[in-house]
Ligand binder design. Structure first.
Ligand code: URA
Length: 446
């Protein structure tokens, strides 16, 4: 087989067969196809697309490039949740322990943030001592003991994706539905869960800016998951404005703990609560909780939501969060002193020049401001400042009163404040007339 012929074929928009896809993935992973040829193939895929069959073959080739985790020794269904990436998206930190506190096994492999989108691993590692690097044996043990694991993707899990993703990141080939779907699903299928709830983000702060592309991405991933008997559903949620009020690593932990504290959800950001409860209730349903019961889906949701609210109000969800942090060697004492957890040297309020209803609060600009302040990395080996980020005070639909802070910036780097401040001001548009609050849940695909 010849990689140049494969590139030429895709360049002409022809379908690759399974052997050609496996060859390209395996030989690139083994170092026998150089970066420049793989980059050409990735660009051809970006421009010409892939059929559903090709995308599935690419996913399975990447999944089989490394080890797959076998969780069958753990009784019951193991549920996973994955977000396609957004700004201020701390839903995993909340739904993992919340759903696990009901007795559902939740297993999650998370990534580090790249560009403006945050990564759960970075957020968790802002907790002193927290360890994300776990062996498969440790993952299985913790799942048995605690019912919730959130580990960094091991280098042996879908190594082809790791290599291809790093190349996509520097060759302008990230925003392709077949490439995103195969990247996400190769890791998900390798990590051994029986059911998967996908949160496909749609909007200015997401890889998919419009609903048609978000739907196509969701459908593609659902088909891949179901074809391997991993029951998969997708929630499409809004990412035109950040999710919740905090953007940044330790800042997002603050919002997580405030939400998980008994009764905390009642005072939390309403959009965050909608997303959390929707994802969590689907995770409960896919865990098989209602299997064998002759019940309408709407009743299953109502019962799940009741149980989830109960776990939040009783403190069971927060207890599970602490148990999980301790199991992964983190110091859980920050939970008791959460208001003092973020220790940034510079905390600066930003103001707008006039009052009005918030018409937009651009997630990508706020993500970029947070990145500039030190919360994100533009290259894989950049270091991040766990205390840096942005706290937004208003959401779309709120009335902004001139003279009150629209946002608060946190950073160790004083020199970055004015650039971040300008971006923050650009992120907002105001309207004289009332603006409806946008729905956070756009669609649910099964
Ligand atoms: N997340 C992934 O894991 N891969 C992508 O391609 C995009 C988001």
């Amino acid at each position: 087989m010849d990689i140049i012929e494969i590139i030429e074929k895709k360049k002409r928009g022809l379908e690759l067969n399974v052997d050609e896809i496996i060859y390209a993935v395996d030989e690139f992973t083994n170092g026998n196809i150089p970066d420049y040829q793989m980059s050409a193939l990735l660009m051809a895929i970006c421009l010409k697309g892939m059929s559903d069959r090709e995308t599935s073959d690419l996913t399975f080739a990447m999944m089989e490039s490394g080890e797959t985790i076998d969780l069958s020794e753990i009784p019951g269904k193991k549920v996973d949740k994955h977000s396609s990436g957004g700004i201020g998206d701390k839903a995993t930190l909340i739904v993992g322990p919340l759903v696990a506190s009901l007795g559902v096994n939740v297993v999650k492999m998370s990534g580090r943030g790249l560009g403006v989108t945050g990564g759960t691993v970075d957020k968790l590692e802002s907790i002193p001592g927290f360890c994300s690097d776990m062996s498969v044996d440790d993952i299985i043990e913790q799942l048995k003991d605690v019912g919730f694991v959130d580990a960094a993707q091991s280098p042996d899990l879908a190594p082809a994706d790791k290599k291809i993703y790093a190349l996509r990141d520097v060759t302008g080939t990230v925003d392709s539905i077949p490439l995103i779907a195969s990247s996400i699903m190769s890791k998900k299928l390798a990590s051994g869960a029986d059911a998967l709830v996908l949160d496909v983000k749609c909007g200015s702060g997401a890889f998919m800016n419009d609903i048609d592309h978000a739907r196509k991405l969701a459908e593609t991933m659902i088909n891949i998951g179901n074809s391997r008997d991993v029951k998969t559903i997708a929630v499409i949620s809004d990412m035109n404005e950040p999710l919740g009020k905090m953007v940044g690593n330790s800042l997002e932990l603050v919002e997580t703990v405030r939400y998980l504290k008994p009764g905390g959800w009642k005072y939390s950001d309403k959009g965050l609560d909608q997303v959390v409860i929707t994802l969590a209730s689907w995770m409960v349903i896919l865990s098989g909780w209602f299997d064998g019961k002759d019940m309408m889906l709407s009743d299953m949701h109502a019962i799940s939501v009741n149980m989830l609210r109960g776990a939040l109000d009783s403190g069971a969800a927060l207890d599970k969060f602490r148990e999980f942090i301790k199991a992964q060697h983190g110091d859980d004492s920050f939970v008791d002193d959460i208001d003092n957890f973020v220790k940034a040297d510079n905390v600066v309020d930003v103001y707008l020049d006039s009052s009005g209803f918030i018409a937009s609060c651009s997630a990508d600009k706020i993500g970029m401001a947070s990145c500039i302040l030190g919360a994100g990395r533009m290259k894989l080996d950049d270091s991040i400042d766990p205390n840096a980020g942005v706290e937004v005070m208003y959401n779309v639909g709120d009335y902004y009163e001139e003279g009150t802070p629209i946002a608060r910036l946190y950073t160790a780097n004083k020199d970055k404040i004015s650039e971040a401040e300008s971006l923050l001001k650009e992120a907002y548009t105001l309207s004289d007339s009332e603006v409806p609050i946008p729905a956070k849940i756009i669609d649910i695909l099964k």
